[in-house]
Write a protein that binds this ligand. Sequence first.
Ligand code: FES
Length: 608
Amino acid sequence: TARVRLRFEPSGVQVSVPPGVTVFEAASWNGVAIDSTCGGHGTCRKCKVRIAAGEVPVSRHDPRAFDAERLRQGWRLACLAQATGDLTVEVPPLTTRPKAATVGVGRQVILRPAVQKRYLELAEPSLADQTPDVERIVRALDDLEVIPDLHVYRRAGRVLRAADFKVTAVVVGTALIDVEPGDTTARRYGIAFDLGTTTVVATLLDLATGAPAAVASMLNLQQPYGADVISRISAAMLDPAALDRLRDAARDTLARLTGEVCARAGVAREEVYEIALAGNATMVHLALGIDPEPLGVAPFVMAARSFPELLAGDLGVPVHPRARAVVLPALGAYVGGDIVAGALAAGMDRDRRLRLLIDVGTNCEIVLGDADRLLATAAPAGPAFEGAQIRCGMRAAPGAIETVRIDPAAGRVALGVIGDAAPAGLCGSGLVDAVAELRRTGLLDASGRLADPDAARRISPALAERLATVDGERAFLLTGPDAAEPVYLSQRDIRELQFAKGAIATGWRLLLEEYGAAEPDIRQVLLAGSFGSYLSPASAIRIGLVPRLAPTRIVSAGNVAGEGAKLALLSAQERAGALALLEEVRYVELSDRPDFNDRFVGELAFPG
Ligand code: FES
């Protein structure tokens, strides 16, 4: 789809967005603040802007905010003004300074959470004023148009009378979900979940400041059903009862983390009014109790790309009983809500530079593009990066070797180990480092073969001592010949890494071709995910995992999926941005390409 360009005055900020996005959203996504107290719902009439160039038809609500003369001059409510063509928009100075927070990959986000609170001091009813209780509350919320939940009708009478009609209304989006006695406006929280196949992370956010109040993580309790999404889908297919058990395991994981973050921050569960969840399509299906079978077999179909408004209780998250849940939408069965969240957090759709986002994992998702065009694909990298199928592989936990430096002149190998522990194994970043260093020193050739002892002796006699035969295959001893439990890298381990990086490199190279660009055109590579974030850029380049750019252009982006979930909680406009991404990103399927295998084989070499 062609995009439309908006220019905001007096800031001079220029943005391009998909047609149909509102002026308010386009401004919010790009850090341009427009006045609002309703958060873009068309009810506060504060988001006044003037369309100085371009056409925006008068909306239903505009005549209530402006007289005929001002309408003629181009004044519109920004949250109702859809940009269908290029526009120049004049933004008046703000009457209230909105708070902003830095989230994701350095993104400045204007705080406009869907959760809002209003303290109300209501007139007590009398025989002369018999306004019903809930109507009295709704009327007082004059800048918000809300629909009360049944919960509110049940509680209002008691709460109003117990609190002398001084209450706080709790609104999520357009739903009035509760009335609380007294002034509780200072306390409103949300939880952002990154529901990973392996690890699940919860961040409790103070929605008033955007700051995290507590963070906790644990292994997904679905682990016993398999390490990757395919084995969990198979588990659900083989045994009808397994689907329920997998759902319950996901819910238990989310519930435990909820208890932990609330306890750590001293926040009552009832003060959490909304949650957001980013996960791959399989994790989301399982957590919602939806049969994932169609995801696992060609043609790989999801139940839905996005889910309508859900309750936190639908995901088993024990917070406020009427708390809402936002599930980040997915592009496809293998480009899920986690990568949509990541693209959102990285601002992939609003940067003019050509950028590449790689979420390195068992299933590796890749997004390439800029503000004009975005392409995405998924590459089956296999479990090597998680430490599986690697002889001495382990997760990034205490004892894992995470960095490796080989000094051929001194004949030494320097290891960086997680925690204050003796080396017990090799995690993904250590694996990449080890192979890159062996390649750099010539102990490994471009085809991925370890040097024979004679060749190795010519490089360094001391290092040649570390070449051993373990279980009938050549291996390089990382921990040195006299370690009690040696940690080594075997020839087959190196092959595993070759397959993983070959799949990923094939993925981004094919996307580059589709885009019509070449390696040097890429301005930035973002390495994301629990594994990718810890990779050494130089090593990633040396093994050919990422394009050959200056190492400073290869940036660790952190847990972008979790950051995207935070964004969805902190800004209703960002949430709309995630949905807009579904229209903007074109998914490129690799598995049906006739040349995939040839390309993959061509990517197996280590460039060095
Ligand atoms: Fe409130 Fe537009 S009317 S933001």
